[in-house]
Design a protein around this ligand. Sequence first.
Ligand code: GUN
Ligand code: FE
Length: 424
Amino acid sequence: MERFAIRGHICYSEDKNRIQTIEHGYAVCENGICQGVFDKLPGKWKGIPCIDHGDRLILPGLVDLHVHGPQYTFRGLGMDMELIDWLNTHTFPEEEKYQDEEYAKKAYEIFVDDLLHSATTRVCVFATCHKEATLWLMKRMEEAGLAGYVGKVNMDRNSPEGLCEKSAGKSAEDTEAWILEAAGLANVRPILTPRFIPTCSDELLEKLSALRKKYRLPVQSHLSENQKEMEWVRSLCPQAACYGDAYRLHGLFGGECPTIMAHCVYSNEEEIRMMKEQGVFIAHCPESNANLASGIAPARRFLDMGLKMGLGTDVAAGTSLSLFRAMAMAIQCSKLRWRLQDQRMAPLTAEEVFYLATKGGGEFFGKTGSLEKGYEFDAVVIDDRMLRHARALSVKERLERLIYLAEDGQIQAKYIKGKQVLPM
Ligand code: GUN
Ligand code: FE
């Protein structure tokens, strides 16, 4: 049995309205599972190895429900376009390059290294439609000690020549081969990833649905992000009651099938009801939605209605891998929405966004995203000394400042499933 404790100022969410803080507390890990957080180390664990992090903050590892690995290396370019033009001008040409395995390795190495050194411990990643490059990314993430899901992307229509899979049959065949080859990985698992309705034929969605049943895989995609995209989906799928229904018609929208849908900026009543009923997770991606001028998703509404939700960075439509940045943006965008668009929806609070970045998104992976007893031991130790202050701050105030001010390079230690992955 492997047991240890870490000590520091511990912050975690039990629910969305309160952040628990324990000064100089102990978080105990037994075989990868958190045994809880304590003021004093209980007698039964006396003498177990304990690292005292002194005045540092200890948080549950942060969760990114939506990020595109191959887009990492062109962040910040083309940010003056909306979704469809941005995809055609910047994103698709970049993703085509992942056909070349040497290029893919070079670029993914940078992505994995920066992800490892961030406060993120669980991720749902879109790769590209290339099987070999996607497998390489998964193996590299696993080696680095990261955990989560990675998807080989499917796209068989309305895509450029170099990225469009030859047929629905070929796309599904490659996907099945990829699933089988990824089976040996323990912590980085496959997730089915139809890119979005405009690039996936009905035939392809049917085939992915069959693979989902056969291998019991989760699904991730994009939903109701941009107005032009909404119109396009309506013309492509007149039979669907709403955008989400175009996935649901093929059994790819929650229920039996654990599902993450990114954005949901323009989800109508019908779609929101369907997401609630089917337990679909929303990846709220405020920075992306601002950069591509998509709009502001009604996160307050989703939270109050009890929908499942976490945060996504959506790199490269979002520029930063930092979930702290995503938390601050979620608050800031909710304030603009409240002021300019709908006074009935109060802005999000620090408690709520911290919940979304930890326990809210973490639920997709099972019991992750908290330091309560029984949760997988994902934790980050953060050095906030560079945020200088002239008066004493409470632990909660220090966490609030981190949300707005955190930069890269402050992670002193990182644990995933009880294994220390930083420092290496
Ligand atoms: N919709 C389809 N593909 C993409 C993508 O790569 N990024 C974003 N933000 N939306 C998409
Ligand atoms: Fe995306």
